[in-house]
Design a protein around this ligand. Structure first.
Ligand code: FES
Ligand code: FES
Length: 165
């Protein structure tokens, strides 16, 4: 049974025909829209590699049905850089060497942006680690990730992120 949905992805309106109502948001992004930034690490909500923002809130897109996204605004890692350059969280990840293989990085960055939007980041490393605990990094780049998030959250107010999302 094909189902049509309308949603906004990275600021662009999209009309999508889903041939299977069981398609996840992650598969829709990767296979229908060819936005492969969000990664399929575990496909069961355990690694956070598939994290995207839906109406400003971070979610595991592998656990979310695409049909439930009708009318939603989706922000993926492909949509966060602006005309002026990289997003401050992206810049901070580079500055702090917050990655090795990079597989988890899109999810880490989207989770960090979501956390900052939620006003939860604070200035304590332990707080950041707790709020990012759903994003695993097999390379163990947690030190750089935490430092990057702490720096980025000082540069960007939650209000700015809400306007982006
Ligand atoms: Fe979604 Fe791992 S791929 S949480
Ligand atoms: Fe390799 Fe995180 S940088 S899994």
């Amino acid at each position: 049974m094909a189902i049509s949905i309308n949603l906004t992805v990275n600021g662009q309106p999209c009309d999508i025909m889903l041939e299977d109502p069981r398609v996840t948001l992650l598969d829709m992004l990767r296979e229908h829209l060819h936005l492969t930034g969000a990664k399929k690490g575990c496909d069961r909500g355990q690694c956070g590699a598939c994290t995207v923002l839906v109406d400003g809130r971070r979610i595991n897109s592998c656990l979310t049905l695409a049909v439930a996204m009708d009318g939603a605004e989706i922000l993926t890692v492909e949509g966060i850089a602006g005309d002026a350059g990289l997003h401050p969280v992206q810049e901070a990840f580079i500055a702090h060497d917050a990655l090795q293989c990079g597989f988890c990085t899109p999810g880490q960055i989207m989770s960090a942006i979501g956390m900052i939007m939620e006003g939860q980041a604070g200035d304590e490393p332990e707080r950041v680690r707790e709020c990012m605990s759903g994003n695993l990094c097999r390379c163990g780049a947690y030190l750089g990730i935490t430092e990057a998030v702490l720096e980025a959250q000082m540069r960007v107010s939650p209000a700015v992120h809400r306007s982006v999302a």
